[in-house]
Ligand binder design. Sequence first.
Ligand code: AMP
Length: 401
Amino acid sequence: MSLKVLVLNSGSSSIKFELFEMPSEKRQARGLLEKIGEEQSKLTYTIGDSKYTIDQKVADHGQGLRLIIDALTDQSKGGLKDISEIGAVGHRVVHGGEAFSETVIIDDKVQKAVEEHIQLAPLHNPPNLLGIKVARELLPNVPQVAVFDTAYHQTMPAYAFTYPIPYELYEQLRVRRYGFHGTSHRYVAARAAKILGRKLEETNLITAHLGNGASMTAIQNGKSIDTTMGLTPLEGLIMGTRCGDIDPAIIAFLARVKDMPVAQIDNLLNKKSGMLGVSGLSNDMRSVEQAANEGNTRAALALEMYCYRIKKYVGAYTAAIGNVHALVFTAGVGENSDVVRERVCSNLQNIGYKIDVEKNRGVRGKELDIATADSPIRILIIPTNEELMIAQDTYALTAKK
Ligand code: AMP
């Protein structure tokens, strides 16, 4: 049965959307509404191959979604005949805590649970919830589905997700490691299994989602057994503006020596650290790579730290998994930066990773095996597609077969 699935990713002042025809997976439209609540909001979208822009004030998410649906049903631009053509809506939701280990159909109970998890994701869950509320109001008879960033990692064993702090903090407040980017890790894992010609349930992988936010996952028999992000997305790899793993005592040190309030330290570690903080230039890997090439020593240091941290996790996860079939690079940096891929994989032949430097060079955004023919472990580039994964999940749960 064919179904049009609208995928929504609601941020604090933005709504990203894609419309898929399922199960053919044909993308019919996509777009981004930005600056909701500001003087001048902007909707940019594509229907088929044509691009459009609408500049107008959009006061809130409700008005925003209405504008998006109007744009999608503008027949003069090749849009849908009617709003009723939308058969299901898939929502990206960042935090599902321990309540959700898979994608679910949204009802009042699920909506309430998303609300209850605001404490764990105070920046992300409120706009996700808002997106769900306005979509349910506007499309009351259309089934809606929530796809959680955390769900895929719910298979982590307790010894991987528990923090070595007083256990009562887990019991009372659910302070533990959750992990994020689950939709992306799950998508590339499924692709990797296909490429390797293996059943997903018998595939062991290390997936590296290296975007502005970045995380790695250890996957055993198709399931996440460890991941680098924790209670929040701050833990793990060095990111565009996030520090990743640091000595937690730095927080108390800054509070004591610089008299910094906690909120300011939190902002410093989330928004002013990582590649931006070390290079002093940019959170954007392209700019950092270019500056490093031109001899900027802090940019070179940031790049070296970035790759070194990933390499350390490749080693750690190789040990955790035991028998890795492939290392997968995905997202902006992973798909596009041959420099990062080469550096991460350099001198790892002793643990089974042999990169073909020539094959890797210049590859951007396409599926490719960049390991040498005799490498015991494959090294794959796989472009991620979280929106398609959400559409697939939504279709699987809502299509009447
Ligand atoms: P994402 O969050 O997945 O969109 O990834 C964004 C990151 O990918 C940014 O740091 C970009 O600089 C980086 N990126 C995109 N294209 C390239 C490229 N050709 N070389 C290096 N980094 C890139």
